[in-house]
Design a protein around this ligand. Structure first.
Ligand code: FRU
Length: 501
């Protein structure tokens, strides 16, 4: 019933039923974005991994298609990637979609396999000589192949996550792979387990003469706030080896929330780099309070690069296609928020079903804390604020609604949970918390916030900080409560959009 499905997002991609984790095999071809994903069609907890399949022409409206790759006698179909083989290097025909995934089983371990499609990604034929790649050292955690074309040498490159490092291989025909190099041991957050690699090249500050590579490394555990998260390394790639610009201990986060993982990008999108994160965290993904399906993907995001001093960073912004969702607009005239005198904007939208966007510009003035709460009729709220002394953007979900859902999970959910996570978690402490990201010393900040029933995604100052968190309110948030501490701040602009498909 609608009631049981009350947390299903309106404009985020979800599976129709069953369990979903990582986005897989993201590829654009002939006007279609293919979103494959880790999928269990037999239950809404992790298990029996297949590649589910959805397709979209605009990254916003998704059509559900039949399973693309089903689990077979070799094992689970774990995460991976797809390419369009324009020059027919593999011999399946120019323009075939060729996909790579990890076959995982106790018997064979984790080995890389290939499949191809000649009908625009609808159906796949698995390669009869699979696997195409096994670990040279018998490594147990060896998975999530990312394949891309390296134009300067006219060859394919595959990156495979191998425990605490990423291993790089090359091939001319997508079938024979040669080891080239490894990167990562000792880099970034410690300790961590590398998963789901991707690597993209982008101009820095829009200057096509200065390009850098970002190696995307999803790690679990290692998140600042516990569980899984996405970090990246900026550097150079000469076709053989990735060399990082920074010292091993430098950590750059793609998102500062707790529900952003397994982020990988579409292939074949020209100059655009579009990433799709899975919007959950392995700490509690199997026990979140939805029943007939579990997990959504976060909004597709466009990645760009900018520099600050000597450092290069990735900026993360929701794709412009999302603007087509705006159904109603409310523009609120500029206003001042005096210290300790809250300003509340009630009833954001009549018939608000919890799907909206907020755009604002804040002049922080004399305030020490400038923020607002997203509030519902039950008094539940998400607190989002700029801490001007600590120089932090904070999102606090302690009072956001249901936060202790782990207590009510049924035995098979607990079991799926425990199979994935070795250490037990404290459900309340791991979910009910605040996350924070860095805030620049500027006097003015822009915030773009997307709410969709059970998620809040914040993009600060043009995407310099992105923060993605799940929330489970008992009814939709429908008012904003602005506040300021120690001095006043000013909301220079505030525009609200009701969103719908
Ligand atoms: C990441 C991950 C991958 C693996 C897949 C299995 O979330 O653990 O490393 O391929 O999920 O479902």
């Amino acid at each position: 019933t609608a009631n049981r499905d009350k947390y299903r997002p309106l404009y985020h991609h979800t599976p129709l039923y069953g369990w979903m984790n990582d986005a897989n095999g993201l590829v654009y071809k002939d006007g279609e974005y293919h979103l494959y994903f880790q999928y269990n069609p037999y239950g809404s907890v992790w298990g029996n991994m297949h590649w589910g399949h959805s397709v979209s022409r605009d990254l916003v409206h998704w059509e559900h298609l039949p399973v693309a790759l089903a689990r077979d006698t070799m094992g689970h179909i774990f995460s991976g990637s797809s390419v369009v083989d324009k020059d027919n290097t593999a011999g399946y025909g120019a323009g075939s979609i060729v996909s790579f995934y990890t076959s995982a089983s106790d018997k064979n371990g984790q080995i890389q396999c290939m499949a191809h499609s000649s009908d625009n990604g609808r159906t796949f034929t698995k390669y009869e000589k699979n696997p195409v790649l096994t670990p040279f050292d018998g490594l147990k955690d060896f998975r999530d192949p990312k394949v891309f074309w390296y134009a300067p040498e006219e060859k394919w490159v595959m990156i495979v996550s191998a425990d605490k490092e990423m291993r790089f291989y090359s091939s001319r025909d997508l079938k024979d792979w040669t080891y080239m190099s490894a990167f990562g041991d000792g880099y970034g957050v410690q300790p961590s387990q590398f998963e789901c690699p991707d690597m993209v090249q982008l101009p820095v500050n829009g200057d096509v003469n200065i390009k850098k590579w970002a190696l995307i490394v999803n790690i679990n555990p290692g998140c600042l706030f516990g569980g899984s998260a996405t970090q990246y390394f900026i550097g150079d790639f000469d076709g053989t080896k990735f060399v990082c610009d920074t010292k091993p201990e430098v950590v750059k986060w793609m998102d500062w929330g707790k529900d952003h993982y397994a982020t990988v990008c579409f292939s074949n999108t020209g100059d655009r780099v579009i990433a799709v994160p899975w919007m959950s965290n392995w700490q509690y993904a199997n026990i979140i309070p939805t029943q007939q399906y579990r997990s959504a993907n976060a909004l597709p995001r466009e990645l760009t690069m900018y520099s600050e001093g000597k450092e290069v960073y990735v900026a993360v912004n929701p794709v412009r296609e999302l603007e087509s969702l705006r159904k109603e607009t409310r523009e609120i005239p500029a206003f001042t928020v005096e210290a300790n005198k809250a300003v509340s904007i009630d009833t954001l939208f009549a018939g608000n079903d919890g799907a909206f966007e907020i755009n604002m510009n804040v002049a922080t003035g004399e305030s020490s804390i400038a923020g607002f709460q997203l509030v519902n009729g039950k008094g539940e709220y998400v607190d989002i604020y700029l801490d001007l002394n600590a120089k932090k953007l904070v999102m606090d979900r302690v009072h956001s609604g249901i936060v202790d859902f782990g207590k009510n999970s049924v035995p098979h959910e607990k079991e799926a949970h425990d199979n994935r996570i070795a250490n037990s978690i404290n459900y309340v402490d791991d979910f009910a918390l605040a996350t924070w990201g860095p805030l620049s010393p500027a006097q003015e900040h822009t915030l773009r916030i997307f709410v969709d029933k059970c998620s809040v995604e914040v993009f600060l100052d043009g995407g310099k900080v992105a923060m993605t968190n799940l929330v489970f309110p008992n009814e939709p948030y429908n008012s904003l409560n602005f506040y300021s501490k120690d001095g006043s701040c000013r909301i220079n602009s505030l525009v609200l959009y009701k969103l719908g498909l």
